[in-house]
Design a protein around this ligand. Structure first.
Ligand code: ADP
Ligand code: SF4
Length: 684
């Protein structure tokens, strides 16, 4: 049973008129499904409620067409016809004894109105942030009255949908209510501008409106940013303290964090568990109301400490609840070892950013609860007593072996190296990526508990070994290698001077400890985290590093994971110079010639070594050998051979884990020939 030290996490606490059964609070988080996929959304939230969260929140919910967040897919309560979609979620959440919370939003100048074509609204005239390059209108007093009316109506609709907690949202620099607080966005001279009291007037009024509208049955939560980390240009801690003092007892719950979003959901490369504490710990001292805050909490001891030290009353989680929807129930039942800890990679955030359903590196079922019927904890039992051989112990092979083992198959995992983990373990040794090892550690921990899964290290298998083994099913998860020839998006024929050049290095070399020295250029044609991580490793190892990017900025895809601004700052702090929009024109001796892709300007860089981060080659030789010997399968008793993960097509660790999980789920299951998942169809 549970460790008595964790008891405090399971004490109920009142929030205004409602009571949360424990201290686990899933704070609002976007998911790319929203109003477009209400059934998928409700099922995802239900998984959290079933997993023991006392409160399960929506993502942002637009209150009016003047706050249309298209193309991002969030929730919507523009009129009564939007109620049923959210009622679906409330029913599912309530079925497990949890409270449902609704995060109302008006995005102000941060909305897009691309879909609604309404005029954007702001405290004073200012440029828009999304959508067309247009401006938002400074609101008249009439507009302010209308906004209050819309907010109130949306709160009432939320209550009718069955919500227990209604949010007033002034955080992340994403909402009109926060924009009124910010001096740079609010340059009004009337009663809503100027002094802090005036700038906070609308927030106070909306809190009062919401309580008046729904407070008899619903709690009113205030989501509030305590700092923008932008110095005097932004909302600062001192001002936030005054606002908290002014509004201290008005909401039933304070939900506090740091703005903007990339300072809140900071990737693990740039912030550790509990990093927000110095910015929010004052709030509990200023109010008698409960306080929830986040910090990518996965350790129950840290959670207990937050409560015991009076920092928080509720342990707020978005990402930890995505990586493991059953985190509370595992702690409650003393199964802390089974908690699948978030690795802080923000692939979940990338779902929202790329306007696609949420996915998670650690939890391959995230976003698949409804459309594939995947439960985060349960798997269909094995259909037979078949033996399955998994070749390769990286993320794909480990997850396949674990999940097949959970189903009850007899599984053997063979790994060429003397350690498990594949790229998850290798990349975890690069600067800032230590938490990637959790992908390996959780799976290895689970496999150890399964008597029907055996692991063989130091076992490089060739096709004949596999045939001799006598498994009915073989899954090849042998991974990939970084290319050394410079081939990639920008160099369809490779880079001539790379081939056979001993001064050219790959990420595999660096991970294997083969480190260059002197002047090193990292040529990044990949655009995600690898280039900057290599640059950081080399710089910390004493090299002079230039980060040369083919694109117009370094690491453009990292915008989707909220890494981008942190990467730029870290590169600047380390003195790593970025050269963007460059093509490699030649690499002779210790001179690298690069040329600007737009104006052709050439530059010669001193270069003792060139690290090429361009593309990867699947290690699929074993799979191809096995396929070419298909005629020998029947005698070997072999029924199927599949190739998954990076050996199939190199991608993110999330892709490899998903591929392993999917393989295990689908083995010997009947599969149709149609679309392999359910979709939403609109009938009217
Ligand atoms: P993925 O991300 O698809 O899981 P990784 O590269 O992380 O891929 O892991 C692949 C693993 O497979 C590596 O640990 C590698 O050592 C192992 N491997 C590669 N070839 C063989 C082989 N022929 N036999 C056994 N293991 C192999
Ligand atoms: Fe955590 Fe990454 Fe999963 Fe997001 S995608 S919840 S950051 S492990």
């Amino acid at each position: 049973m549970r460790d008595p030290r964790h008891d405090v996490l399971f004490t109920p606490l009142g929030i205004g008129p409602v009571t949360a059964k424990n201290r686990f609070y899933q704070v609002p988080h976007c998911n790319g499904m929203g109003h477009a996929m209400p059934l998928a959304h409700a099922a995802m939230r239900e998984a959290k409620a079933e997993g023991g969260w006392a409160v399960v929140s929506t993502e942002e919910c637009e209150i009016h067409p003047s706050s249309d967040l298209a193309p991002y897919v969030e929730q919507r309560l523009w009129d009564d016809r939007d109620i049923p979609a959210l009622a679906l979620m409330c029913d599912k959440v309530h079925a497990h004894g949890a409270l449902a919370a609704l995060q109302l939003v008006h995005g102000g100048a941060g909305a897009s109105n691309l879909y609604s074509r309404e005029t954007l609204l702001a405290p004073s005239h200012q440029p828009s942030r999304h959508g067309y390059p247009s401006q938002a209108r400074g609101m008249s007093l009439h507009d302010i009255g209308e906004f209050r009316r819309w907010h109130r109506a949306a709160a009432l609709r939320g209550k009718r949908a069955g919500m227990d907690i209604i949010y007033v949202y002034a955080a992340h620099d994403l909402t009109l209510l926060m924009h009124f607080l910010q001096r740079r966005r609010n340059q009004r001279t009337d009663q809503y501008g100027g002094s802090l009291e005036n700038r906070a007037r609308l927030l106070r009024e909306v809190l009062e409106d919401t309580r008046d509208a729904v407070g008899d049955r619903c709690a009113v939560a205030l989501r509030f940013a305590t700092d923008e980390l932008a110095g005097a240009d932004g909302l600062e801690l001192a001002e936030a303290k005054d606002i908290v003092a002014m509004l201290a007892e008005l909401p039933d719950l304070w939900d506090v964090n740091v703005a903007p979003w990339d300072n809140d959901s900071v990737p693990s490369r740039f912030a550790a568990e509990g990093a927000q504490e110095p910015f929010i710990d004052f709030v509990k001292k200023a109010t008698s109301k409960p306080v929830v805050g986040v910090g990518r909490f996965t350790s129950p001891d840290t959670m207990v400490s937050q409560i015991r030290r009076g920092v928080l009353d509720f342990i707020g989680c978005a990402r930890p609840s995505i990586a493991d929807p059953f985190l509370p129930s595992k702690i409650e039942t003393g199964r802390v070892d089974d908690v699948r800890e978030c690795i802080g990679c923000n692939i979940c955030v990338a779902g929202d950013m790329t306007i696609s359903p949420i996915r998670c590196t650690q939890n391959p079922t995230m976003g698949e609860e409804w459309r594939k019927g995947w439960h985060p904890e349960r798997m269909p039992p094995a259909r037979s007593a078949s033996r399955v051989l998994v070749v390769g112990g990286g993320p794909a092979g480990l997850e396949a072996a674990r999940a097949l083992g959970q189903r009850g198959y007899q599984v053997v995992l063979a790994e060429a190296r003397t350690e498990l983990g594949g790229r998850a373990g290798r990349e975890a040794r690069l600067p800032g990526l230590a938490e990637w090892a959790r992908v390996r550690d959780w799976r290895v921990g689970q496999i150890r508990k399964l008597a029907n899964v055996s692991v063989y290290l130091d076992s490089t298998l060739a096709a004949q070994d596999v045939l001799d083994f006598g498994a009915q099913h073989v899954v090849v998860a042998t991974g990939c290698r970084w290319r050394r020839d410079g081939y990639g998006r920008s160099n369809g024929y490779g880079i001539a001077d790379c081939v056979g050049n001993p001064r050219v290095f790959t990420l595999d070399d660096l991970m294997d400890g083969r480190m260059p020295s002197g002047h090193v250029v990292v040529y990044d044609d990949d655009g995600f985290y690898y280039g900057s991580v290599a640059a950081e490793l080399l710089r910390r190892g004493g090299c002079h590093v230039v980060h040369v990017a083919a694109e117009d900025c370094i690491a453009p895809w990292s915008q989707n994971t909220l890494d981008y601004r942190h990467i730029r700052r870290r590169m600047a702090d380390l003195g790593i110079k970025a050269l963007v929009s460059q093509a490699v024109a030649g690499f002779r001796g210790t001179t690298l010639s690069v040329a600007d892709v737009w104006d052709g300007t050439r530059r010669e860089l001193p270069c003792d070594a060139l690290v090429v981060v361009t593309a990867r080659t699947p290690d699929d030789a074993l799979y191809r050998d096995l396929r070419s010997r298909a005629s020998a399968w029947p005698d070997a008793g072999l029924q199927s051979v599949r190739c998954i993960g990076d050996a199939d097509a190199p991608g993110l660790i999330a892709h490899a884990v998903y591929a392993g999980h999917r393989y295990a789920r689908e083995l010997e299951e009947p599969t149709g020939t149609g679309v392999p998942f359910r979709r939403h169809f609109h009938t009217a």
